[in-house]
Design a binder for this molecule. Structure first.
Ligand code: HEM
Length: 559
């Protein structure tokens, strides 16, 4: 006799059925209530947003379709689209509101403020990589770390890096000598060089101890930027849960591992040197490139060309007149290690985050800036000849390294550099989270709290009201008489105000030395017209088609 066991039918038990009925019975109204609450809490934001000019969007996705295609397609599309509007544009990606501000008076309200210093939530994509480093941290932590780090970028510290800038620049010249007449992507060379220079100056370690990892690091940074860009523009990669399920997550983990391995190695070797009592950079400078005397050139706080804001009384924490004193004249990493050993201000993990931030911010930006500069020189050969003449006046055809005083004489080169940063700002947009409604100055409109404000540097720098012929590469845009009356917030390659770029003086000095060495040694040729550049804004502005140039050797003019 066999016992018959009835197969249970799922959901057939009256008790269970009624429980699930109750669940759904409660879930639906709960969701309706939540949606109603959500809509009410957004009423203010949506009402103010509706008054702002912007393209119409679709239900649920808003203007998300405007962000489809390759980086270059998106960039071009956004530039074209922006022409239909004035200096304020509202866009929706799903339920997220973005407001683009392009009038310098409105830009000042954001960048000049000590209140609107919070980075947009989209910067959180950087978090696994940069942690709570200076770029993304906020509030008291940002303030404390900014105060600690800013003195490490004082001009007196930077002057002590000149020998290393010269040594590394000559290394690049020697590498480039092997490419004569061949088409190269100069970004590869600039990227490698900037990583090496940062290792030796800001980090104070010798690049020779880093082997292949400097190159791997630069590659990993580039690929990380691709992933971050993807997350910024593809709505479905926004939420961490979906991103973590995608193939990009494991790829990102691998890249971050490459990046963090180098950082840890750098900190380790610096700490070892520190324990032996060695302060400052441990990188070597060949005897013939060592400065023979201390450079006492009187400079006050001037970063040539970037100081025009000071004449209008606009100073920030990098524009201090006093000498910072011997104790503080250390490479950035020395300063942090010293602070950590006194135990209070910064711990090891925070040092790692700051190192990653400086390596990222200091590397990709200068690599892009110098690459665009070389392309401009290759294209505008008459301008290149004028730079060369100026350099010949300074160096009289000799091979001697550049001094700080020389960099102050490189006035035309500097104008070309500023014009490059105007037309091709390495950071093409800056984003802030608005915590309080912002009444605009340029028009009778209010930007609502809760949105992301975007400051599109690229567009601001090409405003025909400020720059009469904005698409033309014209270094004279930076003649003192032209900059004198220009709005301070209409040229912001390094941002401006309390959260401006902490490395801007470092960047200008390094770029002047590096680029002057390149132009003293090579004639640059480029035949790709600017109209054919495939620009992409993957966090950093770049050319999708590569920075293609050719180099020819220069014949030295005898002294
Ligand atoms: C041409 C070169 C450079 C350009 C165009 C540039 C541009 C900028 C811009 C626009 C910002 C503000 C970003 C934002 O608010 O989202 C920034 C921030 C920053 N930059 Fe640079 N940068 C350059 C070079 C450097 C260098 C060489 C370093 C360091 C060695 C550096 C370190 C930083 C840091 C740490 C921040 C964050 C500052 C803060 O939030 O307090 N940058 N940079």
């Amino acid at each position: 006799m066999s016992a018959t066991v009835a197969t249970p039918v799922l959901g057939s038990t009256p008790g269970i059925a009624s429980a699930s009925n109750v669940f759904y019975f409660l879930l639906v109204p709960a969701m309706i209530l939540w949606y109603a609450y959500w809509k009410i809490s957004r009423k203010h934001l949506e009402e103010l947003a509706a008054k702002l000019p912007g393209p119409p969007g679709y239900p649920l996705i808003g203007n998300a379709l405007d962000f489809s295609g390759t980086s270059h397609i998106i960039f071009n599309h956004m530039i074209e689209k922006s022409k239909e509007f004035g200096k304020i544009i509202r866009m929706w990606i799903g339920h997220k509101l973005f407001v683009f501000l392009m009038h310098p008076d409105d830009v000042e309200l954001i960048l000049g403020s000590h209140e609107h210093i919070d980075k947009a939530p989209e910067y959180r994509f950087f978090k696994p990589w940069l942690g709570d480093g200076l770029l993304i941290s906020t509030g008291p932590k940002w303030r404390a770390h900014r105060k600690l780090i800013a003195p490490a970028f004082h001009l007196n510290v930077l002057k002590s890096f000149i020998d290393l800038f010269n040594t590394n620049s000559l290394d690049v010249v020697n590498r480039l000598k092997k490419t004569m007449g061949k088409e190269i992507d100069c970004h590869d060379y600039m990227s490698e060089a900037t990583v090496e220079i940062l290792l030796e100056t800001a980090m104070g370690v010798s690049k020779k101890t880093q082997d292949q990892s400097g190159y791997d690091y630069a590659m990993a940074v580039m690929k990380m930027c691709d992933i971050l860009h993807l997350r910024h523009t593809k709505m479905w990669l926004y939420p961490d849960v979906l991103f973590n399920l995608s193939k990009y997550k494991s790829y990102q983990d691998k890249l971050i591992n490459t990046i963090h391995s180098l950082t840890r190695k750098v900190i380790k070797s610096k700490k070892a040197a520190f324990a032996k009592g060695i302060r400052g950079s441990i990188a070597e400078v060949p005897e013939n490139l060592k400065s023979k005397s201390v450079d006492n050139t009187e400079v006050k706080t001037v970063v040539e060309g970037l100081s025009f804001g000071q004449s209008a009384g606009l100073k920030d924490d990098l524009d201090v007149d006093d000498d910072i004193g011997e104790k503080k004249r250390m490479a950035f990493l020395d300063l942090m290690i010293e602070a950590s050993q006194s135990g209070v201000v910064i711990n090891d993990e925070e040092i790692k985050e700051q190192v990653d931030t400086i390596m990222f911010e200091g590397h990709d930006t200068t690599a892009a800036g110098s690459s665009f500069f070389l392309c401009m020189m290759g294209l505008h050969t008459d301008i290149q000849e004028k730079v060369y003449e100026e350099l010949n006046e300074i160096f009289k055809g000799s091979d001697r390294p550049a001094t700080f005083a020389d960099t102050l004489e490189m006035k035309y080169l500097e104008r070309c550099l500023m014009e490059t940063l105007r037309m091709y700002p390495p950071v093409p947009l800056i984003a802030r989270q608005l915590r309080r409604d912002l009444k605009l100055t340029s028009e009778d409109l209010t930007v609502p709290a809760g949105c992301t404000v975007i400051i599109p540097t690229f567009k601001i720098h090409r405003d025909p009201v400020t720059y009469p012929n904005p698409e033309k590469f014209d270094p004279d845009n930076f003649l003192p008489e032209r900059t004198a009356n220009r709005h301070y917030y209409s040229f912001i390659p390094f941002s401006a105000g309390p959260r401006s770029c902490v490395g801007r003086k470092y960047a200008m000095l390094k770029l002047k030395i590096l680029l002057s060495h390149l132009l003293r040694n090579f004639r640059i040729v480029s035949d790709v017209p600017e109209a054919d550049y495939k620009l992409q804004a993957d966090i950093i502005l770049k050319r999708e088609d590569g920075f293609r140039i050719k180099l020819e050797p220069r014949k030295k003019v005898a002294a």
